[in-house]
Design a protein around this ligand. Structure first.
Ligand code: SDX
Length: 380
């Protein structure tokens, strides 16, 4: 039986690259589940630490287990002196995602047992890297603002500690809760580009740090994690609700993509965008600055009319930027926040893939010239 010619799917659309128990997306109904738990329930009742445990151990933790994980994260978080020294050496003009990508590699260089590829050693690495991401991002921002880095608070949560280390002040309960939910919403998302990239690296039996370096580098792209920063830049450019219609008309005339819209899987509203929109509404009411929220809503209304029938709706990045802006976060830290959360998903998928590993090696359809004789230089 002749081998069927491999079919080429641009962007691997519709191609199944793995089997996984961690995350399920229903793109038609706009539903997202981590190990069967709906994202709406997790956003309402869970914490980022609990979601980390859920993704890493494939079940919700009991109280003692959750406290133990919080303690492990805190223990790694406190070990920040060397990280401060390292982050302090970056040029202040470096892009935060480039800094974070480099920090992951540096963390790998200081691993005390790099040759230990056991499940427990890799779990320890997953906890350690997840613990260090917020510290690296916050410290880098403090240095570039000519401020001293703030060591983590002994009793604050992962999300609250990020805001504390960033500002030097304990966040309000609302700000801490919003950041915690933002991390939950971004923790995992099935076979997205950065998770897939991490898995390709891990499939060669490389190490967890190399896999996450790939993940950070991949997430940085504006078509993936970088869209949230691009949305706020778009809102600043539009400036007022009155300008939205003309902006969109010009963008469509130039065949430009509207950042924060569209998704390879969701052909309806991204459930994460709904939750972010509620917080964006609440925060913009609280700080009395509704301008960006109203521009966002006007874009959504006009996009629904233009492309809603094509399955192009707001995605996770459309409202997250103005939520972070309301929390006083600099816009080039929005994608690093995405990385802080997705460290949980990247590590969980890598740990899962190593349970039954096979190196990724897809095919390609050859379109070059057929076999031919070499032509010596003086005859060309
Ligand atoms: C994330 O995969 C994940 O799960 C990712 C993510 C996660 O949690 O990891 O959910 C996070 O990356 C969210 C997406 C953030 N990116 C953006 O907001 C950037 C803008 N969006 C687009 O670039 C695009 O929608 C993608 C990249 C998200 C999806 O790309 P696809 O699936 O390859 O779709 P496509 O580019 O082939 O578009 C299909 C059609 C095209 O029209 P035609 O050329 O066929 O006529 O839809 C149009 C596109 O022009 N289209 C858009 C659009 N997105 C798609 N038109 C205008 N504005 C848009 N945003």
């Amino acid at each position: 039986m002749p081998e069927a010619a491999p079919s080429f799917s641009p962007g691997l659309e519709g191609v199944v690259a793995a089997k996984s128990r961690l995350c399920q997306i229903d793109g038609t109904q706009g539903k997202l589940y981590y190990l069967g738990y709906a994202i709406e329930d997790l956003a309402e009742h869970s914490s980022f630490e609990e979601v980390c445990f859920l993704l890493w151990r494939e079940r919700l933790p009991r109280a003692r287990e959750l406290e133990e994980l919080r303690g492990q994260l805190q223990e790694y978080r406190q070990d920040c002196r060397d990280l401060f020294d390292f982050v302090g050496r970056f040029p202040h003009t470096a892009r935060p995602m480039d800094m974070l990508r480099t920090c992951v590699s540096w963390l790998g260089c200081r691993d005390p047992h790099p040759g230990d590829a056991s499940g427990e050693a890799n779990f320890r690495r997953a906890v350690a890297v997840t613990a260090h991401f917020p510290t690296a991002v916050a410290a880098f921002h403090r240095f570039r603002e000519k401020q001293s880095p703030v060591p983590p608070h002994a009793r604050l949560s992962h999300a609250a500690n990020f805001l504390y280390m960033l500002t030097g002040k304990q966040p309000s309960d609302l700000a801490a809760r919003v950041m915690d939910v933002a991390l939950i919403l971004h923790a995992d998302h099935e076979m997205n580009a950065s998770t897939f990239a991490s898995l390709v690296t891990a499939s060669t039996m490389s190490d967890l740090y190399s896999a996450l370096t790939t993940g950070v580098g991949t997430l940085k792209g504006p078509l993936h994690g970088g869209a949230n920063e691009a949305v706020v830049q778009m809102l600043e450019k539009i400036g007022s609700v009155e300008n939205v219609e003309s902006y969109l008309s010009e963008a469509f005339a130039q065949k430009k993509k509207i950042m924060g819209f569209g998704h390879r899987v969701y052909k309806t509203y991204d459930p994460r965008a709904r939750i972010f929109k509620r917080y964006a509404d609440e925060l913009s009411r609280a700080d009395g600055d509704r301008r960006f929220f109203e521009i966002n809503e006007r874009i959504e209304e006009l996009m629904q009319k233009r492309v809603g029938s094509h399955g192009i709706y707001p995605n996770v990045d459309f409202y997250s930027g103005i939520v972070y802006r309301s929390l006083g976060v600099a816009s080039d830290l929005f994608t690093p926040i995405f990385s802080i959360a997705r460290a949980a998903g990247w590590t969980a998928h890598v740990l899962e893939s190593w349970q039954k590993n096979r190196i990724y090696r897809p095919a390609s359809v050859y379109e070059g010239p057929g076999p031919r004789a070499y032509v010596p230089l003086d005859e060309r």
